[in-house]
Design a protein around this ligand. Structure first.
Ligand code: R5P
Length: 275
């Protein structure tokens, strides 16, 4: 087995290779003046694991080119952050079902797919040979010694937060959002008081940061002592981190499925166990 580091996941690929006592193979990536991308891989083994998160459209093209370069190998596609998973259904007539298109493309080349906390169960249905890794216990572990409560910003992430909280050994709850009319929503914690507590908001993805900003402002207004934020996938689009800190969050952290400044927690061990 050889490990190929895609251009979006060099650190994580290196960590996975090191856990498996392997050296990442030599790769070359470049962008032509017209924007087209180029890939070259020096790989000898018949079995390869390609590690490439999908956090941009270029990431997807790079993955496609990597697959082509390795066309005659047995490919394990390690896609730590599976982009396009939020378009997991046709919300309106005429829309593309994006994750179906992405799943078909990946599985055309790869014999199996390893990913971390894919956004929804619906999205997972489009893969035939998917191994999913759950980073929530690892996120929770990070807070084991702290006196905190974990809060899910919505009901959708509550099951994930329960798992993280179990591993942290702390109380947990979710924020209930009620739409009052087309412009106003009210938010409240479902069952526990957060007055004077140190709160950690846990979510699977931080994209624009809008969800976290709204939740953090609410929790601080309700008397939370501090608000920290943890997520699996730090997509962090459009200055999200600046917005989150401006909303009063004291610390934000994430796993290395998307490689950003806050990606302090590695999923390398979890992934290498599945390769
Ligand atoms: C929503 O279903 C997800 O779990 C995240 O809460 C959402 O994708 C975060 O997006 P944003 O950071 O843009 O609010």
């Amino acid at each position: 087995m050889e490990v190929v580091a895609g251009p979006s996941s060099p650190l994580l690929a290196g960590r996975i290779a090191s856990k498996l006592n392997l050296n990442p193979v030599k790769t070359r990536y470049k962008r032509f003046p017209d924007g087209e991308l180029y890939v070259s891989v020096e790989c000898k083994d018949k079995d390869v694991a390609v590690v490439q998160s999908l956090n941009s459209n270029d990431d997807l093209i790079f993955l496609l080119l990597l697959f082509d370069a390795l066309n005659d190998r047995n490919i394990t596609a390690v896609v730590p952050y599976m982009g396009y998973a939020r378009q997991d259904r046709k919300f309106r007539e005429g829309e593309a079902l994006s994750i179906r298109a992405v799943a078909k493309l990946i599985e055309y080349y790869a014999e199996r797919v390893i990913s971390v906390n894919i956004h929804s169960n619906e999205a997972k249905k489009y893969f035939k040979n998917l191994i999913e890794v759950d980073a929530m216990p690892t996120l929770g572990e990070y807070f084991k010694k702290e006196d905190i409560v974990m809060i899910s910003p919505d009901l959708g992430s509550f099951e994930r937060v329960k798992i993280a909280a179990k591993s942290a050994g702390c109380e947990f709850d979710y924020l209930e959002k009620t739409r009052l009319d087309s412009e106003n929503v009210s938010i409240e914690t479902k069952s526990i008081s957060i007055d004077g507590k140190n709160v950690v908001i846990i979510d699977d993805i931080i994209s624009t940061g809008g969800t976290i900003v709204e939740a953090a402002k609410f929790l601080l207004k309700q008397g939370a002592n501090t608000v920290q934020v943890g997520c699996v996938h730090a997509v962090l689009a459009n200055f999200a981190l600046n917005k989150i800190y401006s909303a009063g969050v004291s610390k934000a952290f994430a796993t290395d499925t998307v490689e950003k400044s806050i990606s302090e927690i590695s999923v390398a061990e979890l992934i290498s166990e599945k390769i």
